[in-house]
Design a protein. Structure first.
Length: 160
């Protein structure tokens, strides 16, 4: 893999997100600054294919938001487990729990063009959320990787 110029092309044409950022340099980070294009990192893909890690910490320190997504597909990331992605964001990519929660919720909703409907709990948005089993704090979410911390799921305001 090599830096291909894809980030610059995405920004030039107003892409809502650019993904597969395993190869990112300073030029790509600078190109994203001040744009509406969301850098989207795919930790499951990097893990499954043993790829280099995207420089998430460097992007955030440069003032960029980041989204973290599963890239759920059989060829590069056969897991849709967003709890694992949240854990990887903190453990492997060095995000704080707050940054990781933003990266896997509101920033990911933005990257998919649905932030006006989901991504936060707010009046007028779909009531898609979950209730955890008893945990000490939100900081426990990424810490205990591999454990299902979800007790109840609500989609469109209905318990499923």
């Amino acid at each position: 893999m090599a830096i291909s110029g894809g980030v610059q092309v995405g920004v030039k044409y107003g892409a809502i997100s650019v993904d597969h950022l395993e190869q990112m340099g300073d030029a790509e980070i600078e190109c994203l600054k001040g744009t509406e294009t969301m850098p989207t990192i795919l930790p499951g893909c990097a893990f499954f294919l043993n790829l280099p890690l995207s420089p998430a910490r460097k992007m955030i320190d440069a003032g960029l938001p980041v989204a973290m997504a599963s890239d759920y597909n059989p060829g590069t990331s056969p897991s849709s487990n967003m709890q694992l992605i949240l854990s990887m964001a903190c453990i492997r990519y060095r995000l704080t729990p707050e940054e990781a929660i933003n990266a896997t919720t509101i920033n990911t909703a933005y990257a998919m063009g649905v932030s006006n409907e989901v991504g936060t709990i707010a009046i007028g948005k779909k009531a898609n959320f979950y209730i955890t089993k008893p945990i000490s704090s939100y900081e426990y979410m990424p810490y205990s990787f591999g454990e299902n911390k979800v007790e109840t799921v609500f989609l469109n305001g209905k318990r499923i």
